[in-house]
Design a protein around this ligand. Structure first.
Ligand code: AMP
Length: 420
């Protein structure tokens, strides 16, 4: 063991488990790629202000959880705590929205950082796959994204997840609701922090998980009763499209999510096997964000799904992904001449697309066969001096134990056809 450990709240992805993470990223992005989303990659850090203006000064993410640093040049930077603000910043900077093809549809995959109190399912470094559709207001776009997320979870074999859905209104109806809610909240018995939140972002008080707060919220004005006609109509269209696509959802009028930029459609995916950190993904419409970070009005919608928690959800449901064996053929040379000959065969097999490994380090037959079995390979290729003298190698099926000699110059073809 080294003197060092992974920092608190982080963990390493190592084989064989890391293959599941890769497969989850792949499964989440596949439906997006089929729906016209292009891959975007942004830096791991941005100017602090992008997040304080974009994500919001009243959110825990900005006030408590950002990893910030000052560079030698005096720039204030933050490790990205989420993806949306960066992706929108990148799209605006490159003028993608002016290319005439709205919405700009982008997907991303990467590491995110939040200085949170670590616990099962909550880490300081975690991984998300996300999608953003920038520059269009269309209920079908909100529905598209939600359906693509559902398809991603379903393709992984998950069943025990639920979709919570809400509308947060827009700049027409939200201010009046906000004022009504503030008036109600100011009359409650709340701590200092929560009282401050009432003034900055009262909707977030609805999301407070504490029983003592929830008890007092009975009878609070609900946004549903204050939505303007346009928002009601929009939300109804989204709901209809989801229903038509066979996507089940639960209306959750208290769902506000921890970021300030959401408007209208808001949603979260929760998994019932995960305990307190049950949110596996979430997103919504953020029609005002572009203007908040200095851009033009660009109504947009997006989501981010947590890769770590999706992997935990697979475990909770006992789903084993059918992953291809990392090694299909394992070559075992006996003696120097066989090493040279088999190493050549290994290279040829790899070039032909067969995942092949080799008994490195001069292992004896017994040890090498153990490694072959441990590698999960279906076949072993074994060759000693006598085989070489005859111009053959032994192709051993590690499942059935059957073994036969094949001519050295036909090995690649033989392995390909034996694989079926
Ligand atoms: P959020 O931006 O907070 O809505 O996060 C979107 C998704 O990312 C959540 O639903 C989680 O699955 C995942 N996520 C957020 N924060 C963490 C964290 N600290 N550790 C692990 N996963 C997280």
């Amino acid at each position: 063991m080294s003197t060092f450990k992974a920092p608190k709240g982080t963990y390493d992805l190592l084989p064989p488990d890391s293959a599941t993470y890769l497969a989850v990223r792949e499964a989440i992005s596949a439906p997006l790629r089929r729906a016209g989303y292009g891959y975007v990659e942004t830096p791991g850090f941005e100017q602090v202000e992008l997040f304080s203006r974009g994500v919001g000064e009243s959110t825990d993410i900005v006030t408590k959880e950002m990893y910030t640093l000052t560079t030698r040049g005096g720039d204030q930077l933050a490790l990205r705590p989420e993806g949306t603000a960066s992706v929108l910043r990148a799209a605006l900077e490159a003028n993608l929205h002016k290319a005439g093809n709205l919405p700009v549809k982008l997907w991303y995959s990467g590491s995110y950082y939040r200085y949170e109190r670590p616990q099962a399912g909550r880490y300081r470094h975690f991984s998300q796959v996300g999608a953003e559709a920038i520059g269009a207001e269309d209920p079908a776009l909100d529905a598209e994204l939600i359906i693509l997320a559902v398809d991603a979870y379903t393709s992984l074999g998950l069943t025990n997840f639920r979709l919570l859905l809400n509308s947060l209104g827009d700049k027409e109806c939200r201010p009046a609701y906000r004022a009504a809610l503030q008036e109600f909240l100011r009359g409650l018995d709340l701590d200092e922090d929560t009282r401050r939140r009432i003034e900055i972002n009262p909707l977030r008080v609805l999301d407070d998980k504490r029983e003592s707060v929830q008890r007092q919220l009975v009878g609070a004005p609900m946004l549903r009763d204050h939505l303007c006609e346009a928002c009601k109509e929009y939300h109804e269209r989204v709901r209809e499209l989801l229903t038509a696509a066979g996507v089940a959802f639960e209306d959750d009028e208290k769902l506000v999510r921890g970021l300030d930029y959401y408007t209208r459609t808001t949603f979260e995916f929760v998994h019932d096997g995960l305990g307190s950190q049950s949110a596996v993904g979430g997103g919504g419409r953020y029609d005002g964000l572009s203007e908040m970070i200095g851009g033009p009005a660009l109504p947009s919608v997006g989501w981010a799904l947590g890769v770590d928690r999706t992997v935990l959800a697979l475990k909770a449901e006992g789903v084993e992904l059918q992953l291809p064996a990392p090694t299909q053929v394992y070559a075992v040379p006996l003696g120097e001449e066989a090493r040279r000959a088999l190493f050549g065969v290994v290279t040829e097999l790899r070039r032909a697309g067969v995942a092949t490994d080799f008994a490195f380090g001069g292992k004896g037959l017994k040890n090498a066969m153990k490694s072959a079995n441990r590698s999960g390979a279906r076949f072993a290729l074994v060759a000693g001096e006598r085989d070489l003298a005859e111009g053959v190698v032994q192709l051993k099926d590690l499942e059935s134990g059957e073994q036969r000699a094949v001519a050295l110059d036909t090995v690649v073809g033989e392995v390909l056809s034996a694989q079926g």
